[in-house]
Design a binder for this molecule. Structure first.
Ligand SMILES: Nc1nc2c(ncn2[C@@H]2O[C@H](COP(=O)(O)OP(=O)(O)OP(=O)(O)O)[C@@H](O)[C@H]2O)c(=O)[nH]1
Length: 281
């Protein structure tokens, strides 16, 4: 049997999980960042257990990478589940104010409970969590209004967690909580890999790209591939598509084609493409 296309390093996962628990312990409210292209796959099923009773603010980032029509469908989908996501483009700084207000509201509710118990009100403490590369740092920097997150953190050097004040009412942990993924769901893992939302995992570009092609066909985006690469994916498998395209343009170099496809998707060069649609769930 061949190995699964996505593999993680167990030591790294254990360490990341422990660090995440440490961060969650310190806060009153959790901002969970999802990738708007894959709202289901980029949500970790254990988050609810980890945060318990604490309020959670759902942030669907990279809203600029999906069509408005799909966003509207997701809004209805979440509403049916009594959830209200906040949509952001953290890169451009869009939708940030609404997230801030949501955190403030959570703080107001917390302070009411404190007053009821005879305690003094204080600023609400929040942390941003999510899979690697979903835009957590970009969101934090936008919330704070400056570069609060060190971009080059040295491996192995434990940083002291610090609070950054974003208003009189909100304090934010300056380091985001990174959610490590486990191997349980390969289908979700591949979507995360396509979107580059997984960190210290090893994955096979060619297999991931082949699934990506199959996924586009399934979701009705065959036309995007057809017009961009002048090759029809409808009658062949993703694997054959990669092979045929490689033969056509790169002397059979499948790795190069796989990287090209993933790069074109990740940079938005293919246009606004969601990899999940609400009617599938
Ligand atoms: N198009 C688009 N790109 C975004 C958005 N938010 C973040 N990015 C880009 O996505 C990449 C990752 O963003 P980061 O903020 O570093 O993500 P992170 O979750 O902090 O990543 P880790 O530190 O690896 O966990 C960067 O290149 C950002 O510019 C967004 O809303 N839209």
């Amino acid at each position: 049997m061949s190995s699964p296309p996505i593999q993680w390093y167990p030591g790294h996962i254990a360490k990341a999980e422990k660090q995440l628990q440490e961060q969650l312990k310190r806060v009153d409210v959790v901002l969970e960042v999802l990738d708007a292209r894959i709202p289901v796959a980029s949500h970790h099923p254990q988050v609810a257990d980890w945060i318990g009773e604490k309020p959670r603010i759902l942030v669907l980032n990279r809203v600029d990478m999906i069509p408005n029509e799909t966003k509207q469908e997701w809004i209805t989908w979440f509403k049916e589940r009594r959830e209200k996501p906040y949509w952001t483009n953290a890169k451009a700084g869009k939708g940030i104010k609404a997230v801030k207000y949501a955190a403030q509201d959570a703080g107001a509710a917390m302070n009411q409970r404190r007053r009821d118990r005879g305690m003094r009100p204080r600023a609400v403490r929040a942390v941003v969590i999510g899979f690697p590369n979903v835009g957590k740092s970009a969101l934090i920097n936008r919330l704070v209004g400056r570069k609060a997150v060190a971009s080059a953190r040295k491996a192995g050097v434990t940083r002291q967690l610090q609070w950054v004040r974003i208003s009189d009412e909100i304090e934010l942990l300056d380091a985001p909580g990174v959610i490590p993924w486990r191997l349980e769901n390969q289908q979700d893992a591949i979507k995360l890999a396509i979107c580059e939302d997984i960190g210290e995992a090893a994955y096979d570009n060619q297999r991931v790209a082949a699934v990506f092609v199959d996924l586009l066909v399934e979701l009705g985006f065959a036309e995007v591939l057809q017009s961009r690469y002048h090759l029809d994916p409808l009658t062949i498998t993703g694997e054959s598509f990669i092979q045929d395209l490689a033969d056509k343009v790169y002397q059979g170099d499948k790795e190069r084609v796989a990287r090209l496809l993933l790069h074109d998707f990740r940079t938005g060069a293919m246009g606004q493409i969601p990899l999940e649609l609400p009617n599938e769930f």
